[in-house]
Design a protein around this ligand. Structure first.
Ligand code: 5AD
Ligand code: SF4
Length: 439
């Protein structure tokens, strides 16, 4: 028998890429590949790329430069680039780095096993189409292996919002929702594999509008249906746009016990002038009112956000408005970035804020956000939370899991508790995690 070929996947960027990498690995597993975590052992290396951060494409080209010499040691080695940089750069990737055999965009990777076969015959394979078929239908799920208790499930992809700074509408394409029935099937399949928590993924997840023969499905309807599945203990969803937080989704926070009290709700800026320039189509006040309405349903809601400082035209007064909004909202956790131009986006044409101002504003915003995160974590000490145990912790005899509020919690207990949701009293708070003991 021939030795199975080995696959190494390196994933960049968001949770959707983590999910996509898993699906691609399963599909190639059916074609006979086995996973390896050593690129030097691999017969196929895939870089599943992200285009959202600065100089994303350049970083991929340097990584490809580092991988190229591996082809000398293994003439069978093929290299593929998948994900959003593949979509944005297309054939340019092979022009700049001839060692690349396969380029496939995020909407076409169900064709990857077939492309792999052709590439083995020596063809250079590129596919950056946005095909009509649902790629998820064409990907095998693979054998019923046990999985980690928390899983991602993509329900929606792409975005039609066209925020002036963002590449997503160009790389992931226009907004598309998967049919609800397929999602429910996939959820049942995950539950059979031991999954207890599902995070529904979408670039604009709360714009979800599936249709499954019996009318329209909003994200809230999908969540309510998922909550009926035995064995599923927790539901989360990310990432949401403020303008798509419909009433039924807001009330779900108060009514669906399995929906966890954590919401990632990016605002980007607290200045109405900048929000307008960003094409966000909401004001700071709209956002604050929305937060109040959701908190009225779930007073203990932990909020997370994304912020951009130094967007073209941002003044110190605009930045102050962002700080004020953060003071008002009080975030449990947040991501903040200096604006940087993405070629092809409207904001890339505009005059930039000086780099020193961006650096200074980011430092001030992060100081405030870090203090709020610390405060939210400290407030957990002494409280009882429920932890879904996911894996071994840092220390011997320790497990780590997530609380309802998505805090990582370290607890001393035996490995048999993985996959269980247990009450834990929080005893201390560290920089990015909590510690506690079983109650
Ligand atoms: N510059 C800086 N940050 C950006 N983001 C998206 N595009 C840019 C950009 N051009 C941030 C936004 C978004 C998060 C995923 O990345 O805050 O919500
Ligand atoms: Fe990008 Fe999010 Fe705006 Fe869509 S809503 S364009 S994904 S920042």
């Amino acid at each position: 028998m021939t030795k199975p070929r080995k696959l190494f996947v390196k994933t960049y960027g968001c949770q959707m890429n983590v999910y996509d990498s898993e699906r691609m690995s399963t599909a190639l597993g059916v074609s006979g590949y086995q996973a390896t975590d050593r690129p030097e052992d691999a017969d196929l290396i895939l870089l599943n790329t992200c285009h959202i951060r600065e100089k994303a494409a350049e970083k991929v080209y340097s990584e490809l430069g580092r991988l190229k010499p591996l082809k000398l040691g293994n003439p069978d080695l093929m290299i593929g680039v998948t994900g959003c940089v593949a979509q944005a750069e297309g054939a340019e990737i092979m022009r700049r780095q001839p060692a690349v055999d396969i380029v496939v965009g995020p909407q076409a990777y169900h064709r990857l096993p077939e492309m792999e076969r052709h590439a083995r015959q020596g063809a250079k394979m590129i596919d950056t189409d946005f095909p009509d078929e649902d790629k998820f239908d064409h990907l095998p799920r693979g054998p019923k292996m046990r999985r980690a208790p928390a899983a991602f499930l993509t329900v929606q992809e792409g975005c039609d919002k066209f925020c002036a700074f963002c590449v997503v509408p160009y790389t992931r394409g226009s907004e598309a929702s998967r049919p609800a029935a397929r999602i429910l099937d996939e959820a049942r399949d995950l539950l059979e594999r031991g999954v207890r928590e599902i995070t529904l993924l979408g670039q604009n997840v709360n714009a979800y509008h599936g249709h499954s023969g019996d009318g329209d499905w909003s994200l809230a309807r999908l969540i309510r249906e998922l909550a009926k599945l035995d064995g599923l203990e927790r539901i989360r969803f990310t990432t949401s746009h403020p303008n798509d937080m419909q009433e039924d989704l807001i009330t779900a926070f108060g009514e669906v016990d399995k929906l966890m009290p954590y919401l990632h709700l990016p605002v980007q800026s607290g200045s109405d002038r900048i929000l307008k320039a960003m094409n966000r189509r909401h004001t700071a006040e709209n956002y604050l009112k929305l937060v109040d309405r959701i908190r009225a349903q779930r007073p203990d809601l932990m909020l997370s956000g994304d912020f951009i400082v130094g967007f073209p035209g941002e003044t110190e007064a605009d930045f102050q408005a962002t700080l004020e909004l953060v003071e008002t909202v009080r975030y449990g956790q947040a991501y903040s970035f200096k604006y940087s131009a993405r070629p092809g986006t409207p904001a890339a044409e505009r005059a930039e804020v000086p780099a020193v101002d961006k650096t200074d504003r980011l430092a001030r915003l992060q100081t405030l956000l870090t203090a709020q995160q610390k405060e939210a974590q400290n407030a957990m000490v002494g409280r009882q939370v429920k932890v879904l145990f996911e894996k071994a912790g840092r220390r011997q005899g320790q497990l780590v899991g997530k609380s309802e509020y998505l805090h990582a919690v370290h607890v001393s207990c035996g490995p048999s508790r993985i996959g269980e949701v247990l009450p834990v009293r929080i005893t201390s708070s560290a920089v990015n995690s909590l510690s506690g003991e079983l109650v």
